[in-house]
Design a protein around this ligand. Structure first.
Ligand code: SD4
Length: 326
């Protein structure tokens, strides 16, 4: 193992994002967000705003809620300025960009792709896995071959100029630092409810920058990065995937809502659980976003900085999430 690899492996074990200004544990914020009209779309981070707008356009054109959450996040996958979603995202430590995505409907149907290369719209490939295969998840080369068999053109494996420049800078020290809250542009998770009350969700990412080759995050793991159940509600996650997987974050939130918690209470409880199960919490960011089938909304994060877009037919706006640490 090269010295660089050894160093990264060690750094991975004690992840290293230092978030300034964290002083003390704060008391949990009480539910602040109220019931919203249908259809309703919620998306993580600032790029959620144009993604919601694209999803709403799809609904207005007669698309289903599944079409809306797919086409909404395709907008983010297309955004060349985005360094954490799509093929323009920051690469792994070998300089290769690999993508994770998942999609789920409230009737339990779901599909995902993990560690996939050269596919411009992994969310659409995840939907094909859901609708055209007997499986839930395809990974790596198998996912790429499935895409080719479905006639999806393979993109040239080439870093975007911004990603290349960042990678060259990173290589100087080759330090593994999970930088989350990247300029308020990170993984996009979108959950939506159609006018008929049916729920659907999507999640797509290039994952953590400079991750080990082959690393898969929470985003394509049903129950971790995304979970949707028409009987209860939907949840999605953003942040350090390892921490989110450890507590099955999105599934946990939906189950807490099933037991009677509001989306806000469920997100707060999931953050508390995540904090209790992860060491070095000062270095870990994670945020959850949820809605129940009544159209109530909740969001909560470990640290400040998480925000989300809330879109209806009449309004699409950014909302700052509260966080456990202040
Ligand atoms: C992952 N959850 O792969 C993703 C990373 C991310 O906002 O950027 N989340 O772990």
């Amino acid at each position: 193992m090269s010295e660089r690899r050894k160093f990264i492996k060690q750094s991975l074990m004690g992840s290293a994002l230092i978030i300034p200004g964290i002083q003390s544990l704060a008391s949990p914020v009480k539910p602040a967000l109220s019931k919203v009209e249908k259809p309703l779309l919620l998306s993580t981070w600032n790029h959620g705003l144009p993604a919601n707008a694209a999803a709403i356009e799809k609904l207005k054109a007669g698309g289903s809620i599944t079409d809306a959450v797919e086409y909404g996040v395709r907008d983010t996958e297309n955004d060349l300025s985005n360094l954490s979603v799509g093929l323009q995202g920051l690469p792994d430590r070998e300089g290769i960009t690999t993508l994770d995505a998942s999609i789920m409907n409230g009737d339990g149907s779901c599909g995902s792709v993990a560690f996939v290369r050269q596919v411009k719209h992994p969310i659409s490939l995840a939907r094909m896995v859901m609708e055209q295969t007997p499986h839930v998840m395809l990974a790596g080369e198998g996912a790429r071959q499935f895409a080719m068999a479905e006639g999806i053109p393979m993109e040239k494996e080439e870093l975007s100029p911004k990603a290349k420049e960042a990678y060259e800078r990173w290589k100087v020290k080759s330090q593994y630092k999970p930088v989350i809250n990247i300029e308020n542009h990170d993984t996009i998770g979108m959950i939506g409810m159609g006018a008929d009350g049916k729920l659907s969700g999507s999640c797509t990412t290039s994952g953590l920058a400079y991750k080990m080759h082959g690393r898969v995050g929470d985003s394509p793991i049903i129950g971790a990065g995304l979970y949707v159940d028409d009987e209860v509600g939907a949840a999605t996650a953003t942040g350090l995937g390892e921490a989110i997987i450890r507590v099955c974050g999105s599934f946990l939130i939906v189950e807490l809502m099933r037991q009677g918690r509001s989306p806000q209470e469920a997100c707060e409880e999931a953050v508390r659980r995540l904090i209790s199960k992860n060491k070095n919490i000062k270095d870990i960011q994670a945020g959850f976003l949820a809605m129940n089938k009544e159209g109530e909304v909740g969001a909560y994060a470990v640290h400040p900085g998480f925000n989300f877009a809330q879109g209806t037919l009449s309004k699409n706006e950014m909302i700052d999430s509260n966080s456990h640490f202040k």
